[in-house]
Design a protein around this ligand. Structure first.
Ligand code: PLP
Length: 370
């Protein structure tokens, strides 16, 4: 047993897949299908099917997917989009890119996800969409938020960048709202060998326009119907993702095994552990515990060779880039508390029981000493 437990172990995942991936990459190389191409087209179909949706559009990042989703939803300058301050900043970038304003609503203290009870009071005549995040792989309360969307005739756009394969009431997430946005950044549950993203939808017109937007706003080469982008997925990424998608269900099961083992072994510590809501089957992209002495515990883990990380140390409403929104500390107490106390422990399908026990024993040692 090695004493060191890395926070993330991408080489461990690659070892088992190397032959399959090498063959897929060689095929792409032989075809010279570097930008989009047949592997991307096949992956789009397979991933949409996996999500229970009709259309998948391969893009070059999750951030691009969110940006395109905002454009498709008709969000523009002066509009407002309700979202969460407890997420990776790219969720808000998409709103800012189209000249709209992120309107933050605090999160639920148990799941870190947008609190449906707080949404309606944030809706104004300028509200154009609701953009919650399935944070850490735990689905937000889809039905509660969809009911608000229907009542106020607002589209639901899911930031699913951390939640490939998570389930809400037994159904894989990705097709509940008007559109869902995924990231295939290498460390995600389904990760490319570089950057990648996808927009998933049941709306054929949205899918067609997303395909045009990613290709410089054109459907016929060198004829540009609107201002577009170079947001194409690379052929190599489609090839790698096609191989990896076949393993995603197994990997999700393995992530859940790790999470359940942590639950069991950490139950008698003072840590606040992640818990699944009754409607949720988390994909456990992250295993985030909380404690007021988070910084000391982080140092203790690192000194003892256990990797850990913070997701996220500062709530979006307090970031310098959003100072112009005028929020002060205390505006979103649950999100701020999460930022102060959160600590992400190693979690990946290949994490062995010995490694889990090592992480737990270092944590227990911390609490025994103080
Ligand atoms: C919640 C969330 N939204 C958006 C993104 C952006 O995805 P990408 O890094 O692929 O642009 C990420 C990925 O880091 C994310 O975790």
């Amino acid at each position: 047993m090695t004493d060191k437990v890395p926070y993330l172990d991408l080489p461990a995942q690659l070892r088992g897949l190397r032959k399959e991936i090498d063959a897929a990459l060689a095929r792409t190389l032989d075809h010279c299908s570097f930008c989009l191409g047949p592997d991307v087209a096949q992956f789009e179909k397979d991933f949409a099917k996996f999500c229970g949706a009709e259309h998948g559009v391969g893009l070059n990042s999750g951030t691009s997917a969110l940006h395109v989703a905002m454009l498709l939803a008709g969000v523009g300058p002066g509009d407002e989009v309700i979202s969460t301050p407890c997420t990776f900043v790219a969720t808000s970038w998409a709103i800012s890119y189209v000249g709209a304003k992120p309107v933050y609503v605090d999160v639920d203290d148990a799941t870190f996800n947008l609190d449906p009870k707080l949404i309606e009071r944030a809706i104004t005549p300028r509200t154009k969409a609701i953009l919650p995040v399935h944070l850490y792989g735990h689905p937000f309360d889809v039905d509660a938020i969809l009911a608000i969307c229907r009542k106020h005739k607002l589209p639901l756009i899911e930031d699913a960048c951390q939640a490939h394969g998570a389930k809400y009431k037994g159904k894989v997430i990705g097709a509940f709202g008007e559109m869902s946005c995924f990231s295939f950044y290498p460390g995600k549950n389904l990760g490319a060998a570089g950057e990648g993203g996808a927009l998933v939808t049941n709306n054929a017109a949205f899918a067609a326009r997303a395909r045009a937007l990613r290709e410089h706003g054109s459907t016929v080469r060198y004829y540009h119907d609107e201002i577009g982008f170079n947001y194409r997925m690379e052929g190599f990424q489609g090839a790698v993702l096609g191989v990896k998608l076949k393993h995603l269900d197994t990997w999700t099961r393995e992530r859940r095994r790790v999470a359940h083992r942590y639950h069991e072994l950490l139950a008698d510590t003072p840590l606040q552990l992640p818990r699944e809501a009754g409607y949720a089957e988390s994909a456990y992209h992250l295993y985030v515990v909380r404690h007021p002495r988070r910084d000391e515990l982080k140092k203790h883990l690192e000194v003892n060779g256990v990797g850990c990380a913070l997701h996220y140390p500062m709530s979006l409403h307090l970031q310098k880039c959003y100072a112009h929104l005028g929020h002060k500390e205390g505006a979103f107490p649950a999100a701020e508390k999460a930022a102060r106390e959160c600590l992400s422990l190693p979690i990946y399908p290949e994490l062995t029981d010995a490694q889990i026990q090592r992480v737990v024993s270092v944590i227990k040692d911390f609490f025994a000493k103080k």
